[in-house]
Design a protein around this ligand. Structure first.
Ligand code: ATP
Length: 245
């Protein structure tokens, strides 16, 4: 029996009390699964992630209806730091690493809420195992890394708190196809180590490859959902999102 880890029910989000970015959105991530939310530019994907990670406030957004439950917690009662403490960490779009800090310092910054030094060191070792290139470059400044390496650093930094659920905002954005594939493989490894993943992707091929289940978000509402295999076989998805058919 699947155990729900994250449940988003009938969510509505406005920006500045005017733009309605999401309407009646329901999404579920079961414990131990990888779920993708696919959709084109402006569909509301980032808004959905911000609502879940409790980071809408800083950008003028507000939840106007619906509920978000995560691992037994009602997220309406938590701020962004509280969501991280509950075990949910977001890797923002555009990586947002500290360019002037070294790789090791960036990782340490990601672990600022982890009090136990040993736990921090173990988390860093796990990240270096997952991303050997970051181990090689641990003393290099973040800003000197390639785009793909910066994406890895942003993911590694998020993993420093050993989250139960990792939220990824378009990890493939701006990366060459070979790197997209590599990031996809790494998501598979993160999953294999026991972390659940909610992945937002414009690159439907990548999303459907790594996810067990997927949703399609269009102009603020969910228009399709199912197992990745089911969705990949749908004519509409093939035509509109996979460019085949
Ligand atoms: P992208 O792939 O371009 O990031 P997206 O699917 O993530 O797109 P969102 O960024 O969530 O889409 O945007 C959804 C809608 O909300 C769009 O109409 C967008 O213009 C609007 N929006 C997003 N952020 C804000 C903001 N800070 N203030 C006002 N409107 C916003």
């Amino acid at each position: 029996m699947p155990v729900p880890l994250l449940t988003v029910d009938d969510l509505a989000v406005d920006y500045d009390g005017a733009v309605q970015a999401l309407r009646g959105v329901s999404v579920r991530v079961d414990a131990g699964s990888v779920v993708a939310v696919l959709g084109s530019n402006g569909a509301g994907k980032t808004t959905l992630l911000r609502a879940i990670s409790r980071s809408l406030g800083g950008v003028g957004g507000a939840v106007t209806a619906g509920r978000i439950h995560f691992d037994g917690h009602d997220l309406a009662r938590r701020d962004a730091a509280g969501a991280v403490r509950a075990g949910l960490v977001q890797v923002p779009e555009g990586r947002r690493i500290f360019r002037d800090l070294t790789v090791a310092e960036n990782l340490r910054a990601g672990a600022s809420t982890v009090r136990d030094k040993r736990a921090r060191e173990e988390a860093a070792e796990r990240v270096f195992e997952l991303f050997p290139i970051l181990a090689e470059r641990r003393h290099q400044r973040g800003g000197l890394l390639s785009g793909g390496q910066q994406q890895m650093l942003a993911m590694g930094r998020a993993l420093m708190t050993s989250p139960t659920l990792l939220l990824l905002d378009e990890p493939s954005l701006g990366l060459a196809p070979q790197l997209v594939e590599q990031i996809g493989d790494i998501i598979g490894q993160i999953h294999a180590q026991g972390t659940s993943v909610l992945l937002i992707e414009q690159n439907a091929a990548m999303g459907l490859r790594v996810a067990d289940r997927a949703y399609v978000l269009e102009v603020g509402t969910i228009t399709a959902e199912g197992s990745s295999a089911e969705l990949a076989a749908t004519d509409e998805i093939r035509d509109r999102y996979l460019g085949v058919g």
